[in-house]
Design a protein around this ligand. Structure first.
Ligand code: SF4
Length: 269
């Protein structure tokens, strides 16, 4: 799993299709009957938040800087729902999210839950979100039953009018579904060009570059004017467009003038 193609909501990655998979203490997950606090599930990714978790946000137990929004249309690996897991037990393929989710972010460039500490376990000390409470690696039925129900979105948590207007404008100008289509179109053109060459100008590429410029400018202005951190912006506006585009096979670099340039990203495909 890579940050460009995030694991979806707390997903016991490979859970249903992982017969024979072993946790960090060497015991096959299927052979367990209780939590051994091995931390395997926390290293696979933090949970998405649900309605019953809203109080954790409002009371400050979980803050915006510890969250990340995956917007509708972003590619995510969902290994919880049985329909997504290949019959041979392999990891599910990334698929577009039907609607946005807000989840606990990873750390150190991985999806290991931000609150997981190898020595102390969960730093939320018993106040962990609903998906974590429902998770039993030896029996995924409890998690599967609840995990698409009542998921929170940003607009369930943020009620400041000006911020919501900015989110709406950002969602419109950097719509994930449109960027996915533009990326596919841009890459279709690229197959006729030499590997590693910047994508040539065109309607699709120009649209993507405009989204990149707008997204970067918006984030910079908000950081400068409000003192908001970049991490908080990943909750308010989702991951930066440059990261979203990597999942669609495009790498963003800068030219000598600092303008964004798009090239095919072979590693992300
Ligand atoms: S919130 Fe706590 S229990 Fe849940 S994944 Fe993170 S570290 Fe693990």
């Amino acid at each position: 799993m890579t940050p460009q193609r995030p694991q979806g909501p707390k997903g016991p990655q490979g859970r249903q299709g992982s017969q024979g998979r072993q946790g960090s203490q060497g015991r096959p997950e299927a052979a367990r009957t209780s939590c051994e606090r091995c931390g395997t599930c926390c290293r696979k990714g933090g949970p998405a938040l649900h309605e019953e978790d809203a109080h954790l946000f409002h009371e400050g137990t979980i803050t915006p800087r510890e969250l990340v929004t995956l917007r509708a249309g972003e590619l995510a690996v969902d290994n919880v729902l049985a329909a997504n897991v290949p019959a041979d037990g392999a990891q599910a393929e990334p698929a577009p999210l039907a609607r946005e989710i807000v989840k606990i972010r990873g750390r150190d460039g991985r999806w290991t839950c931000h609150f997981y500490d190898a020595m102390r376990g969960c730093l939320l000390h018993g106040r962990h979100p609903a998906e974590c409470r429902a998770l039993a690696c030896w029996d995924p039925s409890g998690l599967a039953a609840m995990y698409t129900q009542g998921r929170l979105t940003r607009r369930d948590l943020v009620h400041a009018g000006a911020l919501v207007e900015l989110m709406d404008e950002h969602d419109e100008r950097c719509a994930v579904g449109r960027m996915a289509e533009q990326a596919a179109e841009a890459l279709a053109v690229h197959v006729w060009r030499e590997p590693g060459a910047p994508l040539p100008p065109g309607e699709a590429v120009d649209g993507l570059l405009e989204a990149l410029r707008y997204d970067a400018a918006l984030r910079s202005v908000i950081v400068e004017r409000t003192g908001c951190t970049r991490a908080e912006l990943d909750f308010l506006f989702g991951r930066p467009v440059a990261q979203v585009l990597r999942a669609f096979g495009l790498r963003t670099t800068r030219d000598a003038d600092g303008a964004p340039v798009l090239t095919p990203d072979r590693d992300a495909r």
